[in-house]
Write a new protein. Structure first.
Length: 248
């Protein structure tokens, strides 16, 4: 019976974590992105990114980085992806996520549960070099995704705010190299955006010119009879004034 209860708890844990596949990343939703990634999508690619690290050159425990990447946003399966625009303070956000992680950790047994909670707390307080590297990966994955959305939706440069929010915050040399290369890749897209805007202006100008000419001709046609009518109406009055001046 106890074994059955333990398995049921594990199933509940798996189901809760599975909700991450449904939780959309709030930042993209607020910017009107069409096919918004889930929190699960974000965490998965971060974990893949950690596989690209060199344990010796990057001087980190790669296995721990993978675990941190998989756990760092786990609480969002319960609390959702809380954004600054939600009006929730950092302390309250931390309290909710802490409570969520305590619930999740309690479902998987003391050993694994303790490890999950410690991983989350390590990332939350940035208390190790691995946690700080994974934070860099979190930011990098975000701007890479922003670049991809700009490409997919032809919204070149419209997600610049995400790049601006990370400037000066990357710490690890390897991730800084990735950021620099991404910025190089992104530059042609920004130039393409300017060209597209110029073409759009030219197209609109070409569309408007015939209409402006037509409107001008229409206005002229409509105004001419009225001007003639007004002129005829004024003629007797002008003749009267002229006669009065002559008599005086």
């Amino acid at each position: 019976m106890a074994q059955s209860g333990n398995i049921r708890n594990l199933l509940e844990f798996m189901t809760l974590v599975g909700q991450l596949k449904q939780v959309k990343r709030t930042g993209w939703v607020l910017r009107g992105i069409k096919n918004v990634e889930s929190v699960s999508d974000h965490m998965y690619r971060m974990a893949i990114m950690t596989l690209l690290l060199d344990t010796n050159k990057d001087e980190v425990n790669k296995e721990r980085c993978i675990k941190l990447a998989l756990v760092h946003d786990m609480a969002e399966c319960i609390v959702g992806d809380i954004a600054p625009t939600d009006g929730i303070s950092k302390d309250e956000k931390h309290r909710r996520e802490k409570e969520a992680m305590e619930r999740l950790s309690g479902l998987v047994g003391p050993d694994i549960g303790c490890e999950l909670y410690q991983l989350w707390e390590e990332y939350e307080f940035q208390s190790s070099k691995e946690a700080r590297l994974v934070k860099d990966l979190d930011r990098f994955e975000m701007i890479l995704q922003a670049h991809e959305y700009e490409q997919e939706e032809k919204r070149y440069g419209e997600l610049q705010e995400f790049f601006d929010s990370t400037k000066g915050k990357f710490q690890h040399p390897r991730i800084k190299e990735w950021v620099a290369e991404l910025n190089k890749v992104r530059q042609p897209s920004q130039q393409e955006s300017v060209v597209e805007q110029c073409k759009d202006i030219e197209t609109r100008s070409e569309e408007l010119t015939p209409q402006l000419c037509k409107d001008s001709q229409t206005n002229s046609t409509e105004l001419t009879p009225q001007l003639c009518k007004d002129s005829q109406a004024l003629a007797p009055e002008l003749d009267k004034n002229t006669q009065a001046n002559t008599d005086s």
